[in-house]
Design a protein around this ligand. Structure first.
Ligand SMILES: O=C(O)CCC(=O)C(=O)O
Ligand SMILES: [Fe+2]
Length: 217
């Protein structure tokens, strides 16, 4: 094939994905988007089981502020426990997780020229009474973070009274508005890491998630 026919071939092969298109228009219009049931209840259950097993095995550590060069544990700012996930030794449930994330990254790169070349994800547990004060994800002096992605892994019967909502602060017509997003299982929130400040309100019942970043290099 010469180069023009291989280009045509690539175009023909491209299949529009309605879910990913919805994410992209959400991000373009609002700088954030909420996706319900990005993972179905069976997938959430599988990933949650892995998270809880690792927590039992004491593989989580107190989350720090700043990147790994500048770790200061600051309980007044965040109270969650995290464990970084290594894709190269992902088990079945984690492969399922990365399968969907990688498909999204590939789609974003084909359609939006975002140039996502790297990613990093960690499990997070917020025990009762913990929170994460208002912040910007790039304060961790990492300007490679373009999109933040949070995937909630709470129980099926999780209720808003359990607290721990994510609040995204956003400017609309010159005024700041706060958008509260509850951590319903299977829900994924994606937002622009360098633009939107956000916080996790105090948690009344243990809150489970995977948080990660899509990065430029
Ligand atoms: O869990 C959430 O909803 C957000 C977590 C967060 O802001 C972070 O880890 O940087
Ligand atoms: Fe954050």
């Amino acid at each position: 094939m010469d180069s023009s026919s291989s280009e045509l071939f690539e175009q023909l092969e491209f299949k529009e994905n309605p879910l990913f298109e919805k994410i992209i228009s959400g991000l373009l219009e609002d700088q954030y988007c909420i996706v319900e049931d990005f993972f179905d209840s069976e997938e959430v259950r599988k990933i949650r089981t892995i998270l809880l097993n690792k927590y039992e095995e004491e593989r989580f550590k107190k989350a720090a502020i700043g990147n790994r060069v500048n770790e200061t544990i600051e309980k007044a700012v965040r109270g969650d426990f995290i464990m970084w996930i290594n894709e190269s030794d992902a088990g079945e449930a984690e492969q399922l997780f990365f399968g969907k994330i990688n498909a999204l990254i590939e789609y974003l790169n084909k359609t939006c020229f975002l140039g996502i070349l790297q990613k990093e994800f960690h499990y997070a547990i917020y025990p009762e009474g913990t929170f994460y004060k208002r912040h910007l994800d790039t304060f961790q002096n990492d300007d490679r973070r373009k999109l933040s992605l949070v995937c909630y892994l709470n129980d099926e019967d999780w209720k808003p009274e359990n607290g721990g909502e994510l609040v995204i602060y956003k400017e609309e017509n010159g005024v700041e508005v706060a958008k509260s997003i509850y951590p319903f299982p299977g829900r994924v929130v994606i937002f622009e890491s360098q633009v939107l400040e956000h916080e996790v309100k105090p948690v009344k019942t243990t809150r489970l998630s995977i948080t990660g970043w899509l990065k430029t290099r």
